[in-house]
Design a protein around this ligand. Structure first.
Ligand code: ADP
Ligand code: MG
Length: 214
């Protein structure tokens, strides 16, 4: 039995979901569309904590490494792109081989992501990876859910980007899994650029006693 003053131990464990971190990048089109504040607002208002932020013009090497940190990324992204066409009853214009599709995508992505300044951020909080993906929306803005960043603020599609030989412009990058997030955070941020600090909001979000309001 737990007595009144005893606190549940899970709150103090470092593997509690509230310590999960994820990487977000506001891409060059997000900056140019004047959406920095809007994007930050969406992640902040749900209760996530901003623990790292910087602006830069990325190099081609930084972007190529970022997208290939996950050895499965080429296959997954190629399959997703092919499926977007087959779901519409169409044949992919480049190839039916996911690796061939992604080879073209990666080249266009490097051009897109090095075109101007980006804002890279680390967000922390319960289920940060999944929550950020949910708020960000699906890859292709044409089919991203309404209410998400990609669904609300941009209207691109695979067919438009393929037609114009460029990457899909979808405003933000968000890590796809906890492993991807950890690798990407290390890739973009030095240890002392990510901050461990207490946010008063967290008492209300996570504390067993609702932060001792009374
Ligand atoms: P997400 O960003 O949703 O995790 P991916 O990791 O599959 O999506 O792809 C990375 C980025 O590459 C996308 O956000 C998009 O900008 C671009 N992209 C993906 N697939 C294509 C494609 N078939 N054609 C053009 N650009 C693409
Ligand atoms: Mg991805």
């Amino acid at each position: 039995m737990r007595c009144g003053s005893e606190k549940p131990t899970m709150i103090f464990m470092k593997n509690h979901p509230k310590f999960e971190r994820t990487l977000v990048i506001i891409k060059p089109d997000g900056i140019q569309r004047g959406l920095i504040a809007e994007v930050i607002k969406r992640y902040e208002q749900i209760g996530l904590k901003l623990v790292g932020i910087k602006m830069m013009v990325p190099t081609a090497e930084l972007i190529e490494k970022h997208y290939t940190l996950d050895s499965e990324w080429r296959v997954k992204t190629g399959l997703k792109s092919i499926k977007a066409y087959t779901d519409k009853g169409l044949k992919h214009p480049v190839s039916n081989d996911p690796l061939e599709v992604t080879a073209v995508v990666l080249k266009k992505l490097i051009e897109y992501m090095t075109k101007g300044p980006i804002v890279a951020m680390v967000w922390q909080g319960a289920h940060a990876v999944q929550i950020v993906r949910k708020l960000t929306g699906g890859t292709e803005p044409l089919t991203s859910d309404v209410g998400t960043i990609r669904g609300d603020f941009v209207l691109d599609s695979y067919s438009m980007s393929d037609n114009d030989h460029r990457a899909v412009r979808n405003l933000v990058h968000a890590s796809g899994s906890v492993k991807e997030a950890n690798d990407e955070i290390t890739h973009w941020f030095k240890k002392d650029e990510v901050f461990d600090y207490k946010l008063l909001n967290e008492a209300i979000l996570y504390d067993f006693e609702l932060g001792g309001i009374l």
